[in-house]
Write a protein of this length. Sequence first.
Length: 332
Amino acid sequence: MFAAYFDCPGGPENLYMKEVMKPDPGEGEVLVKVSASALNRADLLQRRGKYPPPKGASDILGLEAAGSVAGLGPGCSGRWKMGDAVMALLSGGGQAQYVTVPEGLLMPIPKDMTFIQAAAIPEAWLTAFQLLHFVGKVQEGERVLIHAGASGVGMAAIQLVRLAKAIPIVTAGTQEKLEATANAGAAAGFNYKNEDFSEKVLEFTQGSGVDIILDCVGASYWEKNLNCLSTDGQWIIYGLLSGGEVHGDLLARLLSKRASIHTSLLRSRDKEASSGYKQAFAEEVLPHFSGGVSPRLQPLVDSVYPLHAIAEAHRAMEENKNIGKIVIEIPV
């Protein structure tokens, strides 16, 4: 089979489409013929040699996939049958023609949804769902500040905050991105490049601040985050785009707010935990992707690249211009 590959860490130019061995499903695993995958910041970090896959995971890029069941390993329960349309969050291996997935981590693709659309769901939506409900335990009426609001996780989080009857507030770097987040349901949005988002958040919340912050930026935002975090608020860190080295009196500021810091990396969760998030997501959220259910949720696809143009897709994400997900179409 063909897969996205690189021989040594470095820039996008190191990526190419390589012929590799097709995997065989093991005990309790399902072989999925992949029609579409999606690109994530973790793929860029892995390509640079800064985010190795967990022990035992495929070294092929790709943390999510959508496709059809092409084989069943021994011990499968019978829940899935050949040809079923499925999607999954993976620890690796999604940007290939085939991938093996533990049967408990598969989810059905909602009716009337294409593989391209479905590929935009698993990583972004499960990450946002886990951060909001399993880490932050978001409650009705709470105010949630979402950094990188126009990213895949950001656009999912906006809609999930609305579904929880809470209030999403975002930051983004362009007016176009802020307009997209408003269309997705953001109650307010601020351009971090030309305004102090902490002051704007305090103004919007009439001085009370936000109850939860979803932060993939890290070090450079710490003071502004604590400035606009409410007393007893939660700062949830799931990425470090600006690095992790903090200079300043972080602990004193945190203590003065009685605030808490939580951290989370979905990729390194064990399969049992991931299966628990997936089951709750499948029951509580997946039905809202189908027509006739209110409120209706919608994955946002920014652009689609064929697998042989994987380097171009990486360059597009590094330019940070995408609104929603960059999807990789896998050749038949």
